[in-house]
Design a protein around this ligand. Structure first.
Ligand code: MN
Length: 155
């Protein structure tokens, strides 16, 4: 139940975030683009949430600093709970007292093209307005911390 943690953390009677559901992967997924979104989240600490469509949910990471749109910048990405696909369209204010209270805005969005997804490594291409090209997420010491950076275009 990948979305259990997402649902347990939120009161959908109080927040306008989508309750959502897990989506079954279908053959049609091969005919359309998978998606990514980065949301700017002005919560108790301003951060950016990177979400990648994997196996019918949005695999999610919180970035304490602005995403690495250019080569040569390495950013910490902290793995967070899976979010429903519907969350990719969410913008709004999460009310005071609710989990993640603060303003959420879409910072970038577009196509996600995975090249390799393993337990400790995700290699992919993004085609957004700000994030374009080949990226990597590398897990640090089997914890929830990953390094997120842009790869050289030919690698
Ligand atoms: Mn967040």
């Amino acid at each position: 139940m990948p979305l259990e943690e997402y649902k347990n953390k939120r009161k959908f009677s109080e927040t306008s975030e989508p309750e959502g559901e897990e989506h079954q992967e279908t053959n049609k997924d091969n005919e359309r683009n998978l998606i990514f979104v980065i949301q700017r989240h002005d919560a108790s600490h301003l951060h950016y949430d990177l979400r990648l469509e994997v196996s019918g949910v949005l695999k999610s990471f919180a970035l304490p600093k602005i995403p690495p749109a250019e080569e040569g910048i390495k950013r910490l990405a902290v793995e967070t709970e899976d979010h429903p696909i519907e969350y990719a369209n969410f913008e709004g204010i999460i009310p005071e007292g609710q989990y993640g209270a603060g303003k959420v805005e879409i910072w970038d969005k577009g196509a996600f093209r995975p090249e390799k997804i393993s337990a400790n490594e995700i290699m992919f291409e993004l085609e957004g307005s700000k994030m374009k090209g080949k990226f990597a997420l590398i897990r640090l010491k089997s914890g929830k911390n990953w390094l997120f950076f842009k790869r050289k275009n030919n690698k």
